[in-house]
Design a protein around this ligand. Structure first.
Ligand code: LLP
Length: 436
């Protein structure tokens, strides 16, 4: 993402002056669309996709974009145009993917808690791979598939029990986590799956966690998967086609961060995948869209409290929850603040929660009322994690392409937020509720 200012990194440029995304001045965009607003760069998504695709080129592979990172239809359509498939975790995400033309076969369906309805929807859509995460899920899926007269193409998601250096909430592949089947139980379950009517065992999968910048956990997890593949083949399984190694590729949030080195990632996984003769599936989300997005917000008021300088902005934890939920650090750049002295500032939202902040004790140019702030690295797990707490309408989303922009989601309207609620309850007898 090209934030035009001085020296930059792969996220674009930062420094002094008027801020732009690609050829578009953010100041003008904020005037036109209002704040808060999410802004995404198509060029950044394209560049990230191309970099990963090229790095994995030595083996047959597909990039299944993880819809949960940013499910905006325009982003999905963009990724589809680049050749991506998708990784989904709910039938809601399936509907989104289908709406922009993804075929069922483009879809990998992961998730620990798929309902029978979701399984039916996935089978009806012809989803390419359903990654199963427990024995009970496997039995349920087989039952649903048989009842529908279909065969479910499945993968077993392995918990490879590798240690990753990330926030505890985003580590998924370590011992005792709810995700996947413990690696030492996979063989027995997979052999059973291979013999079960209604199932076709197509793949072995993992996802070790999110925002991982070292390649070691990917390599270690993959080694576990390959060990399982060898044992299954020895046990007579001949249907395996896919190794799904998940997402989790880490990005740079601040200048001093070391992002995942894509070449090193490819070097760690390509030879192992090649030796297996299997097709490689990856499920990146953040890597493709994280630094494609910024959140624009304005300073409403400044105040002092207990010796602290506080700037109240027009966006809050309802618009971007990562700082309060994961203590995530997002760079904040102030438009047109060159030459101002720097002061230590708390940047807080308008929500009635003390945990509603974007930054505490942040070194920033002295803020003024009306200043436009650019919160970087918010293209992934930004809009998708918004809520309407405090009855706050969700912000719009804008896509930039060169010097053009398009509003790809309208700002939610307070009146529209009342839809589906019933102030005057339409009561039913208990028996009627049971019948529905
Ligand atoms: N595949 C599976 C099975 C996943 O569970 C996830 C993310 C991904 C792929 C994509 O991971 P990525 O490449 O984006 O790291 N809300 C958190 C991140 C949660 C990630 C959950 N699973 C955050 O804001 O950091």
């Amino acid at each position: 993402m090209r934030l035009v200012r001085q020296a930059g990194d792969e996220r674009g440029r930062v420094g002094q002056g008027v801020l732009s995304v690609e050829g578009l001045e953010l100041r003008a965009l904020a005037e036109a669309v209002g704040t808060p607003v999410y802004v995404y760069s198509t060029a950044h998504v394209r560049a990230q996709y191309a970099a990963l695709d090229a790095a994995l080129a030595p083996v047959p592979h597909r990039i299944h974009y993880s819809v949960k990172a940013n499910g905006n239809l325009a982003i999905l359509a963009l990724l589809r145009s680049l050749g991506a498939g998708v990784d989904i975790v709910s039938s809601g995400e399936l509907v989104r993917a289908r709406a922009v033309g993804f075929a069922g076969s483009d879809v990998v369906f992961s998730g620990v808690g798929k309902t029978r309805e979701e399984m039916r929807a996935a089978l009806a859509a012809g989803v390419g791979l359903l990654n199963v995460e427990s024995e009970e899920e496997l039995d349920t899926l087989a039952e649903v598939a048989r009842a529908e007269g279909r065969t479910a193409p499945i993968g077993i998601r392995v918990n490879p029990e590798v240690t990753v250096d990330t926030h505890p909430y985003t580590a998924t592949g370590s011992k005792g986590k709810k995700f996947g089947v413990p690696h030492d139980e996979v063989e027995a379950l997979a052999l059973r799956a291979a013999r079960t009517k209604g199932l076709r065992l197509r793949g072995i999968a993992m996802h070790v966690g999110s925002q991982i910048v070292d390649v070691a956990p990917f390599a270690a997890g993959l080694e576990r998967l390959l060990d399982i593949v060898r044992r299954l083949r020895a046990g007579g399984v001949t249907t395996l086609e896919v190794l799904d190694i998940g997402g989790g590729l880490g990005i740079r949030y601040r200048e001093s961060d070391r992002p995942l080195d894509v070449a090193a990632y490819a070097a760690a996984v390509v030879p192992q995948v090649r030796s297996s003769g299997l097709f490689l599936a990856v499920e990146p989300g953040r890597f493709l869209v994280g630094n494609a997005g910024v959140l624009l917000t304005r300073v409403l008021y400044r105040k002092k409290s207990g010796g602290r300088l506080i700037a109240v902005i027009d966006a809050g934890m309802t618009d971007l929850i990562r700082p309060s939920h994961y203590q995530a650090w997002h760079e904040i750049v102030v438009d047109g603040a060159e030459g101002r002295p720097h002061v230590c500032t708390d940047v807080v939202g308008p929500i009635c929660e003390s945990g509603d902040f974007f930054a505490l004790d942040r070194d920033l140019p002295a803020l003024e009322q009306g200043d436009l702030l650019v919160v970087r690295g918010t293209g992934a797990y930004g809009f998708v994690m918004t809520s309407t707490y405090n009855a706050r309408p969700r912000p719009p989303e804008v896509l930039v392409d060169g010097d053009r922009f398009a509003v790809v989601r309208d700002r939610e309207l307070p009146d529209a937020m009342l839809a589906g609620e019933h102030a005057a309850p339409e009561w039913h007898a208990a028996a009627a509720a049971v019948a529905t």
